[in-house]
Structure formats: structure tokens, C-alpha cells
Ligand binder design. Structure first.
Ligand code: HEC
Length: 175
């Protein structure tokens, strides 16, 4: 083959890439192998590892937020706690009032201040109904059921129920 090749008066040379360029290329390849090994087997950078670490960190900071009560009969530890009651009222107005009415008198959701309880009237039962929600298989009113509120965490839900207990004496500690 004739070098350099000519086409229409334009010459195509066949010069090798400069040594410094080839070196950079070679070093990148070597680096990439080391990087892959480090990334997958030794680092904390993969998403799943980073995620698990963050979950662990979070659990250290906020231990067992959705755990059931420590009280043996399942009653609300915040009953009568003035601070919790106030917080609970605020949470109720912010979240629950949309369906249960601003004072708990009921709207889409049933009244929470009368003596009729569809799904139980003890702290334990009501806590579980709120945390776990009342899905289509358990709902009685046929109004779309009640969403689960475990995302709020046990403390906030207990606070709401502590407030509710001041409004409704038929919400009892235990059977
Ligand atoms: C999207 C509307 C909606 C929201 C928001 C909502 N609920 Fe409900 N809730 C319902 C419905 C509907 C029912 C009735 C379920 C059924 O058909 O049995 C219900 C049922 C309940 C019950 C059972 C009542 C009984 O008589 O046994 C409790 C307790 C309750 N809700 C508390 C709460 C609390 C506390 C909040 C706020 C954290 C809340 N709900 C937020 C719709 C809602």
C-alpha cells in the first residue's frame, strides 16, 4: 500500500499516536480495573450499600419509631400528657381533620367523638387502626377505607389519640 494515501489531493498520513497519549490510555485502562474492583467489593459507594448505611444511621437516630407500645396492656403512654395532647391536636388538624372533620365530628371518615366505634374503642385497637389503616377488606362504610398512618411514627399517632381521649371518654385505655 502506498503511504501516505492520496484522495483528491488530500493526504492521509498514518502517524502513530504520541507516546504520552498512549500512556494516558494505558493508565486509564489499568485504573479502571482497579476502580471496578474497589467500587464493587471494597467501597461504600454502590447505591444499595449507601442506602443500607443511611437506614442504619437513621435507625440509630430515631429508634423503633413504628413499634407498638411498651405498656403491657397496649394502652397509650401519652394519656394525660399535656405536651403530647397539644401536639396531637395539631397533627389531627393538619392530617385527620380532612376526613374526620375539624373537631372529630366526622365527614368522609366516621365521627371519632361519639360513642360508636366500628373497629374497636381501646387504645390498642384504635392505635392499630390508625397505624395500619383500614383497607378495603376491613372497611365498613364503603367510603374508600382509611389510609395507614404508620409513616407518622408511633409517637405522633399516640399523641393524636391522647388528644382524642380528652374529647371522647369512650376511647378507653384497655378492655
Ligand atoms: C382520606 C380520609 C381519611 C383520613 C385523612 C383519615 N381517616 Fe380515619 N377513617 C377514614 C375512613 C373512611 C374510615 C372508616 C373506615 C371504614 O369504612 O370502616 C376511618 C376510620 C378511622 C378510625 C376507626 C373509627 C372506628 O369507629 O372504629 C379511626 C380511629 C380513625 N379513622 C382515625 C384517624 C386518624 C387519627 C387520622 C389522622 C392521623 C385519620 N383517621 C385520617 C378516612 C380517613
Amino acid at each position: 500500500m502506498k503511504e501516505p494515501k492520496e484522495v483528491d489531493g488530500i493526504y492521509q498520513a498514518d502517524n502513530p499516536m504520541p507516546t504520552w497519549w498512549q500512556l494516558v490510555w494505558l493508565i486509564s485502562i489499568i485504573f479502571s480495573i482497579g476502580y471496578v474492583v474497589y467500587f464493587h467489593w471494597y467501597s461504600e459507594w454502590p447505591q444499595n450499600v449507601a442506602y443500607e448505611n443511611e437506614v442504619k444511621e437513621h435507625e440509630l437516630k430515631f429508634p423503633a419509631k413504628t413499634k407498638l407500645v411498651a405498656v403491657a396492656d397496649g394502652s397509650n403512654p401519652y394519656r394525660g400528657d399535656a405536651v403530647a395532647i397539644k401536639e396531637g391536636e395539631a397533627t389531627y388538624k393538619q392530617i385527620c381533620a380532612a376526613c374526620h372533620g375539624p373537631t372529630g365530628e366526622g365527614a368522609v371518615g366516621p365521627s371519632l367523638v361519639d360513642k360508636d366505634w366500628i373497629h374497636g374503642n381501646t387504645d390498642k385497637e384504635v392505635f392499630e387502626n390508625v397505624m395500619g389503616g383500614i383497607g378495603p377488606e376491613r372497611q365498613k362504610l364503603n367510603r374508600g377505607g382509611m389510609p395507614a398512618w404508620n409513616g407518622l411514627g408511633a409517637e405522633k399517632v399516640y399523641a393524636v389519640l391522647a388528644w382524642l381521649a380528652t374529647k371522647n371518654e369512650t376511647l378507653v385505655k384497655a378492655k
